[in-house]
Write a protein that binds this ligand. Sequence first.
Ligand code: CP3
Length: 327
Amino acid sequence: MRQAGRYLPEFQDFRKKHDFFKICQSPSLACEVTLLPIRRYDLDAAIIFSDILVIPQALGMEVKMEPGLGPVLPHPLTVDGIPDLKVDGAIQRLKYVGEAITLTRHKLEGKVPLFGFSGAPWTLMGYMIEGGGSKTLSKAKKWLYAHSKESHQLLELLTDVIIDYLVMQGEAGAQILQVFDSSAEYLNRGLYREFALPYLKRIREQVRLKLADKNLENIPMVLFAKGAGFSLRDQAQLGYEVLGIDWTTDPAEAREAVSCNKNIVLQGNLDPCALYAPPAALKNYTNTMIKQFGTKNYIVNLGHGIYPDANVDNVEVFVNAVHEYPI
Ligand code: CP3
């Protein structure tokens, strides 16, 4: 239910009063917004209110959330700008996310588990270079082809920050950690293997090791690589306990692709637009999806972020259909 807040009237009211990143940075506001969907629906998990772009912000880049436009970084990263990124103290500057997580864990009183999350290195690199959303990501992809050394340098730097950021969220009380590689779809198998998978693997391995060093239990991790159905077989071997499946991938094909890893859990993948369907049809789509994934090793979710004009009543139809499914 990524960017779930935006379709709820109570969130829209909240946003009229508060700047987007002010909400993220104030633990009590972030906690309040995190709980909005939990109060309204019989959901089985919560995700902390934040954004993947708090990392570029903590590295010293300006990020604004423009209504109707989405995120804007007015001064995108240039090839010679990498040394200016402020890595020192970045995790300290992100401490507010940990505080929001701890507060939310207390407020949830064990009712549902709480997700922490981060953007993946490639997706963050894309936003930092493009200066916002892009239809092609051609500026960021230009780096991969024309400045591959600097690309690896940047991805390495982001990977280090992401690892410590996720460990910090785990220490703060996150019970599952999701990595969003929302821009995976712009790469092909070769590019994904060179510029994404090794970093995603290191993130999973290092979070596990660093948590163990702190005598903390392992925390399950989800990798959601949007539009990267082409790489599911590779993704299944990175050590993530869960793979997020986007709405373009057929559930049965996803199961087949990850069959090399018997323990893997799949999460997904209802087309967010199915929420526009009449309730009876929506129920059917939901049941068909669950049947295709199978009820074992499976977490129901949408196949990408919910749209701002989603019908709030249909979200309830969806949630209830899941709970009514016979197991
Ligand atoms: O569900 C939640 O509310 C949890 C918090 C959450 C947000 N963003 C809040 C948000 C999460 C998990 C995200 C992740 C995120 N942010 C991703 C990865 C998931 C995905 O969609 O692939 C990405 C790519 C971003 C960057 C981002 N933030 C974009 C592209 C946008 C614009 C979206 C749009 O079309 O409106 C945002 C804005 C955003 N992040 C909103 C919320 C509630 C809505 C904007 C607002 O309130 O002004």
